[in-house]
Write a protein that binds this ligand. Structure first.
Ligand SMILES: NC(=O)c1ccc[n+]([C@@H]2O[C@H](COP(=O)([O-])OP(=O)(O)OC[C@H]3O[C@@H](n4cnc5c(N)ncnc54)[C@H](OP(=O)(O)O)[C@@H]3O)[C@@H](O)[C@H]2O)c1
Length: 249
């Protein structure tokens, strides 16, 4: 008797599944029986999902990681596939005039160019698949609020939101195209927030606001953010081209 495995697998590809929001997302999707592939520089010990070590500020490494992942997937088995562009960096926090050019370029590469490149690969490699296909870009309220000291971060996230909108516009016209959304996760208790709180006020005027949020227990837990994003992705709530702020749900 022939065993049929047609269209039963659910797959998550996530960048930065080793820490913070990405780790919580990888754990959530894995607990919901998704096959999870995480791309990050470091690897967790005793990890239940598949880890691919790569520095995503390197273009070739990013493309190779996607090729490695897709070589392990049989399209005829996939019911749902989601790419979450989550890995990100603040870069050096300081005002323009005080930044290292190399650091600017690397942060833009990781936050903006890599999501474009991975989305391009994802769309190309899933072309013609019967599966439901989603791209979720983890953006930030910084995309629309100009914080002094975050020029690179704000710029990179504004560009990421435009990536979302263009993917949605392009894919809308295609039968079973990829759906794409940007998500602002709110202020979340991760390494990134620890780094923000350590910045001297001379480099980041708003630092006290973030210290106060932590002291007042007002940061979201990564697991809360992960649960919210999983619901949006899997319960037919993902509106193509939308920019979703978790704080406003
Ligand atoms: N935390 C917040 O309050 C907040 C608010 C708004 C938006 N966000 C966004 O949420 C996303 C996740 O942030 P987070 O707070 O969870 O930060 P985090 O705790 O610092 O984690 C960042 C993740 O990105 C990965 N990463 C960083 N540089 C990388 C590189 N060059 N190559 C591959 N992977 C890399 C890290 O893995 P390795 O170190 O192992 O490489 C890690 O898994 C980011 O896009 C961030 O902008 C966060």
């Amino acid at each position: 008797m022939r065993i049929l495995y047609l269209y039963t697998m659910n797959i998550l590809i996530i960048t930065g599944g080793s820490k913070g929001i990405g780790k919580a997302l990888a754990q959530k999707y894995h607990s919901e029986n998704y096959t999870v592939f995480s791309i990050a520089r470091s690897e967790l010990e005793n990890c239940s999902y598949i880890q691919i070590a790569a520095d995503l500020s390197n273009l070739n490494a990013a493309v190779n990681a996607m090729c490695t992942i897709f070589s392990q997937i049989d399209a005829s088995t996939v019911a749902n596939i989601t790419l979450i562009n989550n890995a990100g960096t603040l870069g050096t926090i300081n005002t323009l005039g005080n930044l290292d050019p190399e650091n600017i370029a690397q942060a833009i590469q990781l936050n903006t160019t890599t999501p474009l490149v991975l989305s391009n690969e994802f769309i190309r490699l899933t072309k013609g698949w019967k599966a439901s296909k989603q791209i979720i870009n983890i953006s930030s309220g910084a995309a629309t609020n100009p914080y002094q000291g975050w020029s690179v971060y704000c710029t990179s996230k504004a560009a990421l939101d435009m990536t979302t909108k263009v993917i949605a516009a392009e894919q809308n016209d295609i039968e079973n195209g990829v759906k794409c959304t940007s998500i602002y996760p709110g202020v979340v208790d991760t390494h990134m927030q620890t780094a923000i709180r350590k910045t001297p006020k001379t480099n980041f005027k708003n630092v006290q606001r973030f210290i106060d949020l932590k002291n007042n227990n007002e940061l979201y837990a990564p697991s809360f953010v992960a649960d919210s994003i999983f619901t949006i992705d899997t319960e037919n709530q993902l509106e193509n081209g939308a920019i979703v702020d978790i704080r406003k749900l």
